[in-house]
Design a protein around this ligand. Structure first.
Ligand SMILES: [Zn+2]
Length: 229
């Protein structure tokens, strides 16, 4: 059992004691706080100077719960376009219920990600994240991550292959490892049911992006074109 539906209220000290007793009784503990930034900090903090206010103003910081590779419940945050917030909540509910392990889910603005490189853009991470303002690798277009319309899951276990190059550097794809995505993964199926495209089915040898999911809601198609043409 996890603690998603148990929260401390203002009922006073007796209620607090009862809650702690309940945690002990059912063997669950409150989540480990990996990320608890304010929404403003998660979305607007530590962004490159050219990150458009138009984009930042449409993002949401979604609080998610997941089990880490330590088998313990963690709380993170995923920044995505507000129209995709419910999809992320739904998929992470399944991720939590199935104990699919997540290394971490920190926004790009989080100090631990910022410490890895300028504006948090570093290939050396296994962090799952959505929004990041960056151009597509080797192209002029902005990535759908730059519009909050994509998410990467456990990058070191689900690498990006393009013309013999692998990101993160040194990563390899082993479907037998926990936290790895395949076409049979319940996580992949959940994203697909919600209309997301999985980069793991893109042509091998060209660019196969096992970590990557993206979705362009029809209502945002014109808006997206404005940043990708
Ligand atoms: Zn991606």
């Amino acid at each position: 059992m996890d603690c998603r539906n148990i929260s401390i209220t203002k009922a006073g000290i007796l209620a607090w004691v009862a809650l702690v007793s309940l945690f002990l009784l059912v063997g669950c503990t409150p989540p480990i706080m990996d990320s608890a930034l304010t929404p403003r900090m998660a979305i607007h903090g530590n962004q490159p100077p050219d990150a458009p206010g138009d984009v930042l103003g449409q993002l949401a910081a979604v609080t998610v719960l997941y089990y880490g590779f330590d088998q313990k419940l963690h709380q993170g945050q995923v920044v995505v376009h507000s129209e995709l917030a419910q999809d992320i909540r739904d998929v992470f509910t399944l991720i939590r219920q199935t104990h699919f392990p997540i290394e971490s889910a920190l926004p790009i603005a989080h100090p631990l990600i910022q410490a890895k490189g300028p504006f948090g853009v570093s290939p050396d991470t296994n962090n799952s994240s959505g929004f990041v303002w960056r151009p597509l690798v080797g192209m002029r277009w902005v990535s759908l991550h730059a519009l909050g319309l994509a998410i990467d899951i456990n990058p070191r276990l689900n690498p990006f292959y393009k013309h013999g190059k692998v990101l993160p550097p040194g990563a390899s794809y082993d479907p037998a490892k926990p936290g790895t995505l395949t076409s049979q993964s319940s996580v992949v199926k959940a994203f697909k049911r919600l209309g997301w495209e999985w980069g793991g089915t893109w042509p091998a040898g060209d660019q196969t992006d096992y970590m990557h999911f993206q979705k362009i809601p029809p209502s945002l198609a014109q808006w997206v074109k404005g940043y990708r043409s």
